[in-house]
Design a protein around this ligand. Structure first.
Ligand code: ZN
Length: 172
């Protein structure tokens, strides 16, 4: 069982998009610098803890029942957060089995160019982190997080200039 912590070489995915410059850079933006990192709470993986994903929630985020809509579950911001932050990486078990490489709510593809190199699967909460609890947006307009691949890992970053208190995290 392999947790997706390690960086993978040779995927040619070193470029980073800067929202403020509106362009890709080879590495971090030379004007605005690297994205700020919101660290997971550190929890050892792969020990059969079914609540491991919840325990990795960083400060400023909650999961469970929505404060806005009682019928929905997901992840919420507990305070306003500025733009240019990075969440993740998305953790899970790695698979190169092409039959399993399909995008479900708990699986992301890692690509080399246009081809799928492997996938990261977060169906098991004991081997994944809180990002598995982030819901997918129903439309591009609704999304406030955008997924991106960098050095073989999947991260989410804020789309908006300011991520508002109480808002549900929704990834496009
Ligand atoms: Zn920039």
């Amino acid at each position: 069982m392999v947790i997706n912590y390690r960086e993978v070489d040779g995927l040619n995915d070193n470029s980073m998009f800067c929202e403020l410059c509106c362009c890709d850079w080879d590495g971090d933006c030379p004007v605005h610098g690297p994205l700020k990192v919101i660290q997971d709470t550190k929890v050892p993986p792969g020990v059969g803890d079914r609540k491991r994903d919840v325990k990795t929630l960083p400060h400023f985020f909650s999961t469970g029942q929505s404060k806005i809509s009682e019928s929905s579950t997901g992840v919420w911001a507990d305070r306003d957060l500025p733009a240019r932050h990075r969440l993740g990486p998305y953790e899970g078990t790695l698979s190169t089995d092409r039959r399993q490489v399909r995008t479900t709510g708990y699986r992301w593809k890692i690509k080399k160019g246009d081809r799928v190199h492997h996938s990261v699967n977060a169906e098991d909460p004991s081997c994944s982190n809180w990002l598995r609890r982030v819901n997918c947006a129903r439309s591009e307009e609704e999304a406030n997080l955008i997924p991106f691949q960098h050095r073989g890992l999947i991260y989410f970053r804020f789309v908006t200039i300011c991520f508002k208190f109480g808002y549900s995290c929704l990834v496009s």
